[in-house]
Design a protein around this ligand. Structure first.
Ligand SMILES: *[C@@H]1O[C@H](CO)[C@@H](O)[C@H](O)[C@H]1NC(C)=O
Ligand SMILES: *[C@@H]1O[C@H](CO)[C@@H](O)[C@H](O)[C@H]1NC(C)=O
Ligand SMILES: *[C@@H]1O[C@H](CO)[C@@H](O)[C@H](O)[C@H]1NC(C)=O
Ligand SMILES: *[C@@H]1O[C@H](CO)[C@@H](O)[C@H](O)[C@H]1NC(C)=O
Ligand SMILES: *[C@@H]1O[C@H](CO)[C@@H](O)[C@H](O)[C@H]1NC(C)=O
Ligand SMILES: *[C@@H]1O[C@H](CO)[C@@H](O)[C@H](O)[C@H]1NC(C)=O
Length: 502
């Protein structure tokens, strides 16, 4: 469906700055002072500028911008209309916040898009508004400020009680929203760069007073789209929807060094109806981490993550899981579906992490179709994860783990097929594994399966599973369940939006 209203471009008292020329000139200035190859360099540089500008101008000359989204907007403005400068040096926090504040008034009048052109847009944290789209040009980078004093501190999440790095508050995320409806971050694969190195060093040096920020967090919100953008070098987690529903993540790339601390990719946390698809993640922690609060705080908040589908995820994370369920799962995790998962050089595939004191549940988990290369454990369930919020956790808060299904799996170069550890006196039940061919690496461990306090069945699994998961015979190779009915969020159709270029 095409957009009904003609898109209105909001002009303002700021003059439009020719951003692209400004940035390339700025970048070349130091070189102009060099001797020797200067003229050749200048000529080559100018040629690059001309090609670059011409290439981008084609889109501008065409005068329109088209993409698909949950909702289209009636108004559009550029960050340059609010005094933004994309030179990588000018701080744009005020420009972004003023843009959002101004555009928020169109919420009940068709909503608004904020366009971020090519350039390096240095900024501190800013907040989003409802009925709002942030669109990033393919050569636009939102660059997180390295000045920690520019990061306000907010309260811990109620379902966590504490920050993850330090007991008190937490630095607000680079892009933050709360109590919103209908929010979109999209683009032509533009970049949101957290410049995380500074934060990782402070974390390792135990120099942080508060918990590190995320790149994107949205709380208490409904109808959210994050698509076709790249998240780079987050200080900590990348994308964190929490206490929210109806979330679409599509075509996201997330990149961070393999050793960077806690750089989880996407963390749906106490969320309902979430669809994550066509996502490529290389990071230092779990590629997708499904959560719902921590120990006694998560138990009393009691908000599960449910109705989540993850499709066509590619993950590289040598020290973590492609998909982790937990370890903070105290509000419960239910009805999670994972389909067409590729993991390369990743520690484990779809892992459950829990322990005594967490309470809550992980149930009705369905995994179908995984292609795995170089992995420590294909199946890993941990019942003694530890890592408590504080000393007040309840030793009687025992998690319930049941109805966990895995089917149609091919793996190669695997060190151990499975490590399945329930809790003594709290057996993890209804584990089903069918049609799994696991190729072991040359130096594989002698015993490919270790199992304790688990109950379940298998069929068509190689190498031979542990005795706690008896083989049901080859005729049952299709037995593990995967739901037929789609989730509501899978039936949502995207609209084709069209804008006159600002
Ligand atoms: C952004 O939202 C947070 C949380 O509601 C608030 O503390 C902060 O002041 C807001 N920032 C701005 C610039 O309005
Ligand atoms: C946001 O919503 C939550 C949950 O409904 C509520 O407790 C909180 O007061 C709201 N915050 C604001 C700033 O409206
Ligand atoms: C988006 O950009 C990232 C980082 O430059 C790149 O790795 C990825 O392949 C790009 N994705 C698409 C769809 O162009
Ligand atoms: C993301 O980009 C892909 C490929 O360019 C396109 O097919 C898809 O519709 C885009 N999705 C969204 C939600 O923008
Ligand atoms: C077993 O899994 C493989 C790989 O996903 C798939 O191609 C094959 O059709 C499955 N076999 C059965 C009997 O379902
Ligand atoms: C197999 O896995 C080991 C690590 O477990 C790795 O060192 C080796 O390069 C892998 N081999 C192949 C062929 O991928």
């Amino acid at each position: 469906m095409f957009f009904q209203h003609p898109t209105k471009h909001i002009s303002s008292h700021y003059s439009s700055i020719p951003t692209m020329l400004c940035c390339y000139n700025t970048k070349t200035i130091p070189h102009l002072q060099m001797r020797g190859m200067v003229w050749l360099f200048v000529v080559v540089t100018l040629a690059v500028i001309m090609v670059g500008v011409e290439g981008r101008n084609v889109r501008h000359l065409e005068g329109s911008l088209e993409y698909t989204a949950l909702n289209c907007r009636g108004h559009s403005a550029s960050i340059t209309d609010f005094g933004g400068v994309g030179d990588g040096k000018t701080l744009n926090t005020r420009a972004f916040q003023e843009a959002v504040n101004t555009l928020s008034q169109y919420g009940s009048d068709g909503g608004a898009q904020l366009y971020v052109p090519a350039g390096q847009w240095l900024t501190g944290s800013f907040n989003l508004t409802s009925h709002f789209t942030l669109f990033l040009h393919k050569d636009a980078t939102i660059l997180a400020s390295q000045d920690i004093s520019k990061w306000p501190v907010i309260d811990p999440l109620p379902s966590y009680g504490h920050g993850r790095d330090a007991a008190g508050g937490r630095y607000i995320s680079l892009i933050f929203g709360t109590n919103l409806t209908d929010v979109i971050i999209t683009g032509d694969n533009g970049t949101i760069d957290g410049q995380g190195l500074l934060w990782w060093q402070k974390f390792h040096g135990k120099k942080l007073k508060y918990t590190r920020p995320y790149l994107f967090e949205i709380m208490y919100s409904d109808t959210i789209q994050i698509s076709n953008v790249t998240f780079l070098n987050s200080p900590s987690w990348n994308v964190h929807p929490v206490y929210s529903s109806n979330i679409l993540c599509q075509g996201i790339t997330i990149l961070a060094p393999l050793q960077s601390p806690n750089t989880d990719g996407i963390n749906p946390d106490s969320c309902s109806n979430t669809r994550i698809e066509d996502t490529y993640i290389v990071s230092g922690d779990d590629c997708v981490a499904v959560k719902s609060g921590w120990d006694e705080y998560g138990i009393s908040y009691g908000m599960p993550t449910q109705h989540l589908i993850i499709k066509r995820l590619t993950c590289i994370s040598p020290y973590s899981a492609a998909i982790a369920l937990g370890s903070e799962m105290s509000g419960g995790i239910q009805d999670v579906r994972a389909e067409d998962i590729t993991a390369i050089n990743t520690e484990s595939a779809v892992r459950i992490k829990t322990g005594v004191g967490r309470g809550g549940f992980v149930k009705d988990i369905y995994v179908k179709g995984m292609s795995l290369h170089t992995m420590k454990w294909v199946f890993w369930i941990t019942g003694n994860y530890g890592s408590h919020a504080d000393t007040h956790w309840d030793p009687n808060a025992i998690p319930i783990i049941q109805n966990i299904n895995y089917k149609d799996i091919v793996a190669e170069n695997v060190t151990m097929a499975a490590r399945l550890e329930g809790i003594s006196g709290d057996t993890f039940t209804g584990i089903c594994i069918s049609n799994a061919t696991i190729g072991m690496r040359v130096k594989a461990k002698k015993v490919p399966w270790t199992c304790s306090d688990v109950e379940g069945v298998t069929s068509g699994v190689v190498p031979k599973p542990c005795d706690l998961l008896p083989d049901q015979g080859p005729e049952n190779i299709g037995m593990c369940k995967f739901p037929q009915e789609k989730l509501d969020i899978e039936n949502v159709e995207l609209k084709k939006c069209s804008y006159a270029m600002p």
